[in-house]
Design a protein. Structure first.
Length: 216
């Protein structure tokens, strides 16, 4: 697990990784950002121990840096474009007629407008389901299953080739609130309820106008 200590919740991976980024003394930070979580033990693949791992890291960070009070991720959305492609082919009702019009008009290497892509990503993360009824997106499934709340959706947060291939650059903050982790975990484990902020739920609501972006 890789963690950045910051004064604010980041909106892009560049704000964490760029050489010219602002440097913050750990004692002055108030947020811990989990931006890379991986399992290098192949024998444990498929076994969830994220809840234990994240709780342990949160507790250790709080002991060492008492000023920290916000614990969030900056996470990719690797299943987003794959889902959109399938939804376009299968006439998935989550894709509205106006969504299809925007996507069909998008240039080959284009990136949809920020309003459009964050709205669609929020709807995807809240509603798209796997055959088992869990969140379609594997990263969303991991964090929601470990008690996180879907906190914010950011456009143009990862404009690397892989970021655009996976999600047109969209990244997400999942918030870990120590006081509600168990509540969120239980709701997701029981009936796949997605804990989400009012901001994300508002993003997922119908929009009056949608536009096409042409950035590459």
């Amino acid at each position: 697990m890789e963690v950045a200590l910051t004064r604010a919740i980041p909106k892009s991976i560049a704000s964490i990784l760029e050489q010219e980024r602002e440097r913050v003394k750990p004692s002055a930070a108030n947020a811990a950002i989990f931006y890379s979580i991986s399992n290098c033990q192949h024998g444990l693949r498929g076994i969830s121990f994220g809840n234990f791992l994240i709780k342990q890291v949160v507790e250790e960070l709080q002991r060492e840096f008492p000023s920290l009070h916000t614990f969030v991720t900056l996470s990719p959305v690797p299943g987003f474009r794959r889902w959109v492609e399938k939804a376009m082919e299968s006439n998935d009702p989550l894709l509205r007629a106006e969504d299809r019009a925007v996507l069909e008009a998008l240039p080959k290497d284009g990136v949809p407008s920020d309003d459009f892509i964050t709205s669609l990503a929020a709807r995807y993360l809240l509603n798209a389901r796997s055959k088992k009824g869990t969140a379609f997106d594997p990263v969303a499934h991991f964090h929601l299953g470990n008690g996180a709340l879907l906190h914010k959706v950011h456009a143009r947060a990862d404009l690397s080739d892989q970021g655009k291939r996976n999600s047109w650059g969209v990244m997400v903050n999942y918030l870990y609130d120590e006081n509600r982790i168990e509540e969120h975990h239980q709701a997701y484990a029981t009936d796949s309820t997605v804990a989400a902020s009012s901001e994300v739920r508002s993003l997922a609501s119908p929009r009056k106008r949608l536009s096409v972006g042409t950035s590459s």
